[in-house]
Design a protein around this ligand. Structure first.
Ligand code: ARG
Length: 533
């Protein structure tokens, strides 16, 4: 039961009559009453009437019988107090949405082969996975895509390094392997030449070269899957659709764009110039589709991926969970996709951007020696610091998901592992406490009655689940659900302090529902809930 939706449905016809058009009654949970509508204030200007008068007019027409009491407050808010009888009627557990019939492709994680997952991919992985869980729960047909960086000129040096006749290399530490290849590439002109020839061999399908490339990709994929398993990420090997998988579609992408007159030759390269993009010098900004050496890059692959997702996968929505620095890239890819007709008006393509993870010094999180931190090392440290792996993982994921998506946040072990405040461990403890409380009950859950204001607040909080999930989905902001769960746990705490629970059937019902709701919510965020803490 979504009380916001119920109340809005009752107010909507009255607002429509008064405003002369359909408007959103904008019912929101409030500090001043259970819920509040501010729509009369917003209407005042267009109707040239004082907001309190509009609110009174609306209330005279609205049928709230049996659901809520209403009152005009302040400059023209409508305060709504839900009837106790509604709140005490059998509270339902959260239920997944019915199938929407819409397919949403969520592109997230996207690490690069021969470089282990590092903290830069952490946010994409955590936020993307929470969005995938949320959209599935809400009834969307979710297709997860892991757009692996498994193609490109860097493979020339990597494969050449593997081809060293002394065989003195090891793939067990891929980051290290990458570094060694890089050093040789930078310092040895002979190696550099051979690396360049390797790129050509790879692209033309030379079998021994391909075999080594596959070995590298497979080794990387295994290490990514290990990290995902530790982190409780729902991506599987079926979701890998790396850059290499679009290679045979690139020529036809160029042909189609050429036929539509969207490509211009510029200094030997084929470029699209979507309108509205200019560089710092004011010159139109090119999206390079084919480089002057005939090779294809990141942009071409993303165009092919976009066409594949709309044309073949028939996606209705495309979400790309990638850091803020790639914002221009995606806006340009979407603009070219629209011009090419691959993104028609019905399809939504969105770059779900996010801020950086900062170290205690306020700069990008790095190791002490200034290198990027490997995800596996970070997870090892979480294991050392936390009382158990789920607590460490929960702390890391919750710290990310409870932060505003767009902003940066500071990675602070002490704060994220604290058992008080808005943290993963605090919520995990709340669930564990509820479980042990219920185990010690001396009655069975029964009909709900309200005898204390904290019970009322708790019921309202439990009912807020659906609205919180809807807001998290609508804005693609998992932190809206995190904030809700924290508020719910806080409402439970107050209730627990004020009301003896063990022998009260009503309170045991409320306690059970709080536990179920918290567990569902944490699950949608991908936060593990340990049996015991
Ligand atoms: N591999 C890329 C990187 O590390 C991220 C891929 C994002 N997805 C995409 N369709 N471009 O920056």
């Amino acid at each position: 039961m979504n009380l916001e939706v119920l109340l809005a449905a009752r107010l909507a016809p009255a607002f429509e009559t008064v405003a002369g058009e359909k408007i959103d009654p904008a019912v929101r949970a409030s500090q001043h009453a259970d819920f509040q509508s501010g729509a009369a204030l917003a209407l005042s200007r267009s109707l040239h009437r004082p907001p309190r008068e509009i609110a009174a007019d609306v209330l005279a027409r609205a049928d709230l019988a049996g659901l809520a009491e209403a009152e005009i407050s302040g400059p023209g808010f409508i305060n709504l107090t839900v009837a106790d009888a509604v709140l005490t009627s059998a509270p339902a557990d959260p239920e997944p949405g019915r199938p929407t019939g819409e397919r949403v492709v969520i592109d997230y994680s996207g690490p690069n082969v021969a470089k282990e997952l590092h903290v830069g991919h952490l946010r994409s992985t955590i936020i993307g996975d929470a969005l995938a869980r949320l959209f599935s729960w809400a009834g969307y047909d979710v297709v997860r895509v892991n757009h692996l960086g498994d193609w490109g000129t860097q493979f020339g040096m990597l494969i050449e390094h593997m081809s060293d006749p002394t065989g003195a290399y090891s793939l067990s530490d891929l980051t290290d392997f990458y570094r060694q290849a890089r050093v040789r590439f930078d310092n040895d002109p002979d190696f550099r030449t051979r690396a360049r020839l390797r790129v050509v061999a790879l692209q033309s399908g030379d079998e021994p070269t391909r075999a080594r490339w596959r070995q590298l990709v497979e080794q990387s994929e295994r290490s990514f899957l290990d990290d995902y398993a530790r982190l409780g990420i729902t991506l599987t090997s079926d979701d890998f659709a790396g850059e290499s998988s679009y290679q045979d579609q690139l020529a036809s992408v160029v042909d189609e764009l050429t036929a539509k007159g969207l490509l211009v030759e510029s200094e030997g390269a084929l470029c699209a110039f979507p309108s509205g993009f200019a560089g710092r010098d004011g010159e139109p900004l090119p999206l390079i589709v084919r480089k002057s050496d005939g090779g294809f890059g990141y942009a071409a692959t993303d165009l092919a991926a976009l066409r594949h997702r709309t044309r073949d996968l028939k996606a209705d929505r495309l979400l790309y969970v990638v850091g803020a620095p790639q914002s221009t890239h995606f806006r340009m890819v979407f603009a070219v996709g629209r011009a090419a007709g691959w993104l028609d008006d019905g399809v939504v393509a969105e770059h779900i951007s996010f801020g950086s993870i900062l170290g205690p010094d306020g700069k990008m999180l790095k190791t002490r020696s200034g290198e990027t931190i490997k995800l596996a090392d970070l997870l090892d440290e979480a294991d050392r610091r936390a009382s158990s792996p789920p607590v460490g993982i929960g702390a890391i994921k919750y710290a990310d998901l409870s932060s505003d998506r767009i902003g940066d946040y500071v990675f602070d072990w002490d704060r994220m592992l604290a058992t008080t405040g808005n943290t993963g461990p605090y919520l995990q403890y709340a669930v564990a406490r509820i479980r042990s409380l219920l185990a010690k009950a001396s009655a069975s859950p029964g009909e709900v009655t309200i005898t204390d204001p904290s019970e009322r607040r708790l019921i309202l909080a439990i009912h807020g689940f659906e609205a919180a999930v809807a807001a998290a989905i609508e804005h693609r902001e998992p932190h809206r659900l995190a904030v809700y769960l924290y508020d719910l746990a806080a409402a439970f705490s107050t209730f627990y302090e004020r009301c003896p629970i063990r022998s009260s059937p009503s309170r045991l019902t409320l306690t059970t529902h709080t536990g179920t709701t918290l567990r569902h919510g944490l699950d949608l965020l991908g936060i593990p809930v340990p049996d015991e803490m």
